[in-house]
Design a protein. Structure first.
Length: 322
């Protein structure tokens, strides 16, 4: 189903709205950034959504390509060349979250329960590589699967990393500081043995440490009102099939599983603590990534996408009432 949500006779600022549904699930994907704007299970929001005619408030649902998180000073070296990206997080002097979220993506296919969109990276000085990214969202009885496929059309290798930035809804409609209270009784499990240590001013990695105390989320602790995270974890614990899963459980009995395939090496969590009330989503950001911050500079878990090569990542959502 393709819905064009007209706002005063114009297409919304986030572009065409592509609605899909299957069984207990329904979703809306936007033309802008191929964002998963809405995901519902039995009528309940699994994601903190936003007005389709407004600006995306806090990277909600952004597809983070060709890199997630931050690149220090916007510069990196790759195969003998130095590249400089635009700085878009000025207070920390970093490039952040890639550029796919800024563009309108082209519709490739649409059915009742699936939608596919693509974006070709424009020729830009900081990332001149000719990569086409295709994202397909598919609903079935189990939930939603997102398949992201990067194809290198160029004649030279390209650096590549992937992530998404969903805010898992806490089931409430609070704003500002009330969100901290609404998040408090939720539990969050992150399947990682290692916590990434960062510079507190720039949030750039300085090292890693074994999880312990507040950073050990493997058993799904209650968040509590003091929870304050804008942190990454790595060294993931996997199921027998190679996948890894984060679990978010709300007081209303909805448990959300966010899973990633074997390409997911890291997870980021942001509680939004202290964020401006006008932009803070009512939930917690839980972000599976193929590489954490600064990968273009450090090379840690960086994918080198060879000419004509394809790199595919799958992540997905499942929900249940507990």
């Amino acid at each position: 189903m393709h819905t064009n949500e007209m706002m005063g006779g114009a297409v919304p600022r986030t572009g065409q709205q592509y609605s899909i549904r299957h069984g207990d699930y329904e979703a809306v994907v936007t033309e802008l950034g191929a964002i998963l704007r809405v995901l519902k299970y039995r009528g309940k929001d699994l994601l903190a959504s936003f007005n389709p005619d407004g600006t995306v408030p806090c990277s909600n649902g952004n597809v983070l390509v060709p890199f997630p998180n931050r690149i220090e000073d916007g510069t990196y070296d790759f195969q003998g060349h130095t590249y400089t990206l635009p700085i878009d997080e000025h207070d920390r002097n970093t490039a952040i979250h890639g550029y796919g979220y800024r563009a309108y993506w082209g519709l490739q296919a649409l059915t009742e329960d699936s939608v596919s969109l693509s974006w070709r990276v424009p020729d830009m000085g900081g990332y001149p590589f000719d990569v086409v990214v295709t994202v397909t969202y598919t609903l079935d009885d189990q939930g939603l699967t997102m398949t992201t496929r990067a194809l290198n059309l160029g004649d030279e290798a390209a650096p590549w990393a992937f992530g998404i930035h969903p805010w898992l809804a806490n089931g409430k409609q609070g704003v500002g500081d009330q969100i901290q209270k609404d998040n408090a009784p939720c539990t969050l499990s992150i399947p990682c043995r290692t916590h990434v240590v960062v510079d507190p001013d720039r949030l750039l990695p300085t090292g890693t440490e074994p999880v312990q105390g507040r950073t050990d989320l493997r058993q799904g602790p209650v968040l509590g009102e003091d929870a304050k995270f804008d942190d990454a974890w790595t060294d993931v614990e996997r199921d027998d099939d190679g996948t890894c899963s984060a679990w978010f459980t709300r007081p209303d009995g909805i448990r959300i599983q966010l899973w990633g395939d074997e390409t997911i090496t890291s997870w980021q969590v942001c509680t939004g603590t202290g964020f401006d009330a006008g932009m803070r989503p009512a939930g917690v950001a839980v972000e599976p990534m193929t590489a954490y911050a600064n990968a273009f500079r450090t090379g840690r878990n960086l994918v080198i996408l060879q000419p004509a090569a394809v790199y595919t990542t799958q992540v997905g959502y499942r929900a249940q009432e507990v």
